[in-house]
Design a protein around this ligand. Structure first.
Ligand SMILES: [Zn+2]
Length: 334
């Protein structure tokens, strides 16, 4: 287990990787904030909620990182614009230690891209050039080289789904753009409790807690395609679903991709959005063994796991474990 590895003294190579990851998270967080602030200047009313949410999400991932990065670390304290940012968006600064995010920074960025660029082709092209412009480093996300999965906040895989009866409405999802096991677990538990559609949450939790999980079966009009960013060519390429998603959502032909937890993939987020927004799909999706009692039981177990994870992070002592709170980006300054 990962904890055993930590207890041993870290060899020099790992120390360097840790330092490199820390710097990556700081620079990627800072770059992403600079980008959304530029966009915010153009579209203040449309983007205020998203900027509020993305700031909170970046600060939260920073503070739960093993080096406990504060907003001051990420924003580069000398920078005068940090104070302007705090005045314009006081809520994320006040709540990053006490409130949970509902999604990762990249998922929020994807929403901003959809708002600005509309269609799938435009969004993917613009995302590729944005990632290049922000100089996000290559994440080296290979199973054989787990120690070198660099922390960049980028979700390398995105997914688009729709109902073939109404293809003009596309839903986007991103894989979890946070690299550590602890951050991934927290985001998945948090999303099961308070972000995803209840069917998606149910399926993910059932596969986490039971030896045999309960799959969703979508209506045949559901269309879903994932894309991975090819870093060398800087384009998105189609990608088959993994075995986990095949099991969760009854998707065809999964490829083996063993080390990700259930709920990590981009499919989860976009299929959840489809269910939330498409009544036909909601009414025509089958879910095995679903009862409200079972759902309550799974949620209780997930809440306990989330509380345990949060309690193990000293910098989060402000979180009240008996009464978990989620950040509400719609609320203005109080
Ligand atoms: Zn998957």
């Amino acid at each position: 287990m990962a904890t055993d590895r930590k207890k041993r003294q870290m060899p020099l190579g790992l120390v360097k990787i840790r330092e490199f990851n820390k710097e990556n998270l700081k620079t990627c967080g800072f770059q992403l904030i600079c980008h959304v602030m530029q966009e915010f200047k153009k579209e203040q009313n449309k983007l205020r909620t998203y900027v509020n949410e993305i700031l909170h999400s970046i600060f939260f991932l920073g503070i739960i990182h093993e080096d406990c990065l504060t907003p001051v670390d990420i924003l580069n304290a000398q920078n005068a614009s940090a104070e302007i940012l705090r005045q314009e968006f006081p809520e994320p600064f006040g709540k990053y230690k006490s409130h949970l995010p509902k999604r990762t920074p990249f998922s929020i960025l994807l929403d901003i891209m959809q708002l600005t660029f509309g269609t799938k082709e435009n969004i993917m092209n613009e995302l590729c050039s944005l990632m290049k412009r922000l100089k996000f480093p290559y994440p080296l996300d290979r199973p054989a080289n787990k120690n070198q999965r660099y922390y960049t906040l980028e979700s390398t895989v995105i997914c688009v789904c729709s109902n073939s009866r109404c293809t003009s409405q596309e839903y986007f999802g991103a894989s979890l753009g946070c690299r550590t096991e602890k951050a991934k677990s927290i985001m998945i538990y948090s999303s099961c409790l308070n972000t995803w559609h209840e069917y998606v949450s149910y399926a993910v939790m059932s596969f986490q807690h039971q030896t045999k999980g309960d799959s969703l079966q979508f209506h045949e009009s559901m269309q879903c395609q994932a894309y991975i960013r090819d870093w060398k060519e800087n384009t998105y390429k189609e990608r088959q679903p993994c075995m986990n998603c095949t099991r969760l959502f009854s998707l065809p032909e999964g490829t083996e991709q063993e080390h990700y937890p259930y709920g990590n993939c981009a499919e989860t987020e976009c299929l959840s959005k489809l269910l939330i927004n498409d009544q036909f799909m909601r009414e025509n999706t089958e879910i095995r063994n679903y009862t409200t009692d079972k759902m309550d039981m799974l949620k209780d177990s997930t809440r306990k796991l989330l509380q345990e994870k949060l309690a193990s992070i000293p910098s989060l002592s402000y979180i009240n474990n008996d009464d978990l709170l989620w950040f509400n980006p719609n609320k203005g300054p109080s």
